[in-house]
Design a protein around this ligand. Structure first.
Ligand code: SF4
Ligand code: SF4
Length: 296
């Protein structure tokens, strides 16, 4: 790297770091009825300032919407617009949007007129200036969502007088639809974070990555025959699934939750469920032994 390039890289890093440092998470947990003030609109002086120097993890439904919007196959979308990432406090591999290499590390979708994929923008962008987390109080129940407010110096939307409850904001931004579509996947992520000590096998992590990012590839796996046989799935049902991308996405996320944690309501033959559970338990036992060996 030349010294010019090196100093440019250092400038970029400083610009991004200064943005991150100015980001303030308001230390108050919000619930669905909590109120906050905010308004974002074209013409506000900070317009699109939030669309650079940020890490945008993509959920399965984000990827589905974006690749459809751009008229791309999953594989081509991943190659052109994403880079590998890992969900923090877990080992789960996902992808995030690959930012441009300009000075401010802008999002590839931002234009002077705003977001070029606005109606299909990712969940993180929809929630902003809120962040969403999930807490699991009881292991037998699904998690409970909580929200936080993010205040960044450059964002002037907080000075506006329009008031929202968290739920009104979620409905207005269609975040609620995204949460619903991703719900089984979110439960997998939450459980993996809660069990931070579990070492998933390479195979489990590969499957998580494929189902989370590339349903074209997962479709091939399902159609390979072994999957249909193992879960005793009805051929007519599979044909219907294959004809409806969205139904296939829901099916895949339900399966992922079932395969990784034997949870959720993936409809499966009892014998197949028993076998899957035995396999899961054997895998966990192997991981436990490996961990014990590492400690000793
Ligand atoms: S108000 Fe905030 S969210 Fe809206 S454009 Fe400005 S910086 Fe971005
Ligand atoms: S996807 Fe759209 S809203 Fe999100 S950061 Fe990029 S340009 Fe901004």
């Amino acid at each position: 790297m030349s010294s010019k390039n090196s100093s440019e890289a250092s400038e970029i890093r400083k610009a991004v770091e200064s943005r991150v440092q100015k980001s303030v998470i308001v230390p108050e947990m919000l619930n669905r009825e909590s109120r906050f003030r905010f308004k974002c609109y074209p013409g506000i002086p900070c317009f699109t300032k939030c669309c650079s120097g940020i890490k945008i993890f993509l959920t399965p439904y984000d990827i589905y919407r974006l690749k459809k919007r751009l008229g791309l196959e999953y594989k081509d979308f991943l190659v052109q617009y994403t880079e590998p990432a890992v969900i923090e406090k877990s080992q789960l591999p996902v992808v995030s949007i690959r930012l441009n290499s300009d000075e401010i590390r802008s999002c590839p979708f931002v234009t002077p007129e705003g977001c070029s994929v606005y109606t299909d923008r990712p969940l993180t962008c929809r929630y902003y200036p809120l962040g969403m987390g999930t807490m699991k109080k009881d292991d037998n129940k699904d998690g409970e969502n909580f929200f936080i407010q993010i205040k960044e110096d450059h964002c002037l939307g907080h000075n506006e007088s329009t008031e929202w409850t968290v739920d009104e904001w979620r409905a207005d931004q269609e975040s609620d639809l995204y949460d619903e579509m991703n719900s089984d996947w979110m439960m997998v992520v939450l459980k993996a974070k809660t069990l931070g000590f579990v070492n998933f096998s390479e195979k489990s992590l590969d499957l998580f990555f494929i189902v989370s990012t590339n349903l074209d590839l997962f479709r091939e796996f399902v159609l390979s025959g072994k999957f249909i046989e193992a879960y005793r799935l009805d051929r007519e049902y599979i044909d219907k699934l294959m004809a409806d991308e969205l139904e296939f996405l829901k099916f895949s996320l339900k399966w992922l939750r079932f395969a990784m944690f034997d949870e959720g309501d993936f409809k499966v033959d009892e014998e197949a469920r028993k076998k899957a559970k035995e396999k899961l338990l054997a895998e966990r036992e192997m991981q436990r032994k490996q961990q014990m060996e590492e400690i000793e």
